[in-house]
Design a protein around this ligand. Sequence first.
Ligand SMILES: Cc1cc2nc3c(=O)[nH]c(=O)nc-3n(C[C@H](O)[C@H](O)[C@H](O)COP(=O)(O)OP(=O)(O)OC[C@H]3O[C@@H](n4cnc5c(N)ncnc54)[C@H](O)[C@@H]3O)c2cc1C
Length: 283
Amino acid sequence: MNVVICIKQIPDTTNVRIDRKTNNLVREGVPSIINADDLRALELGAKFKEEFGAKIYVITMGPPQAKEALKDAIAFGLDEAILISDRVFAGSDTLATTYVLSQSIKKIEEETGHVDLVLTGKQAADGDTGQVGPGIATRLNFALGAYIMKLDEIDLKNQVISAIRRLDRGFEKVKIKMPALLTIMSDINEPRYPDLPNLIHSIKYEPRVWNYKDIDADSKKCGFFGSPTQVVRANIPPARKGGDIVSKNDDPNIAADKLIEALKKFKNARLIETLRPLIEGDL
Ligand SMILES: Cc1cc2nc3c(=O)[nH]c(=O)nc-3n(C[C@H](O)[C@H](O)[C@H](O)COP(=O)(O)OP(=O)(O)OC[C@H]3O[C@@H](n4cnc5c(N)ncnc54)[C@H](O)[C@@H]3O)c2cc1C
C-alpha cells in the first residue's frame, strides 16, 4: 500500500498581515508550523505503516524553507519526503496548486507503480478554502472522501475503506473504493510525539526536491500564469469585543434572566430553535 500525504506549512500566528499591493498574506519573518489537520493525516500515515507496512510519502509545495515541515513529518516515522519547489510555482491559486500536487503524485505513481491513497487536511488554517483535497482527487480521478472524522476499516484485499464523514447536521457512514483521496478532520486522532530514534533520523534527513520539469508540469498551468483567481481586496475583520459576562457568582435567578436576554439577541437560527422552549419559558 502506497500512501501520499500532502502537508502545508502555514504561518504560526493569529496576527495575519496582508501585502497591500498583492493582497496576499505576508509570510516573511513569521514562524511556520504544519497545518493542524495535516498533523492528523501524518498520524494516520504512521498507523498505516505500523499496521499494514504501508510506504508513506509526504509532499509539500512551497519555498525552500518548507523543507523544515517535511523533516518534522519524517519524525512521525514515515518513509520519504519531497519538496515541490520552483519559482515557476509562485503566485499559484488553488487551481494551480492542485495541478502541481497532482503532477507530483503522478510522478510518485510512476516511480512506485501505484498510489492507493492520498491524504490531505480538510482545510489549511491560512488559505482556508478546503479546495485542494477535492481538486487533487478530481485531477487524479480518485474517489473522494471529504471531511473524514473516523476510519472504521481498511480492507486491503477488496481495496475498500469504511469511514465516517462529517456532514453539516450529522454524520455519514461511507465505503470508498481505492484509489482514493481522504480529507482529514482534526478530531480523527491525536498526533503522537516523535520518539527519539525517529527524531534523530528526521534531523539528519534531507528531503528530495522536485522542480516543475521533474514533475513534467506545463509552466503555463503553474504560478501566476496558471491562476485565474484574482484577489480584488482583502480585509482583516475588526477584533471582537468581549460580550456581557454571566458570572457564576451572580444570583442564579439574575444570572438566568441575563442569559435568556443574551440568547434572545443571538442570531443563530439553529441554536434559537433548540433553545426556544427555554427562552419562551416552557422548561
Ligand atoms: C492569486 C493568488 C496568488 C497566490 N500566491 C501564493 C504564493 O505566491 N505563495 C503561496 O504560498 N500561496 C499563494 N497563494 C495561496 C495558495 O493558492 C493557497 O495557499 C493554496 O492553493 C492552498 O489553498 P488553501 O490554503 O485554501 O488550502 P486548503 O484547500 O484549505 O488546504 C487543504 C489541504 O490541502 C493540502 N495543501 C494545501 N496547500 C498545500 C501545499 N502547498 N502543499 C501540499 N499540500 C497542500 C493540505 O493537506 C491542506 O490541509 C495564492 C492564492 C491566490 C488566490
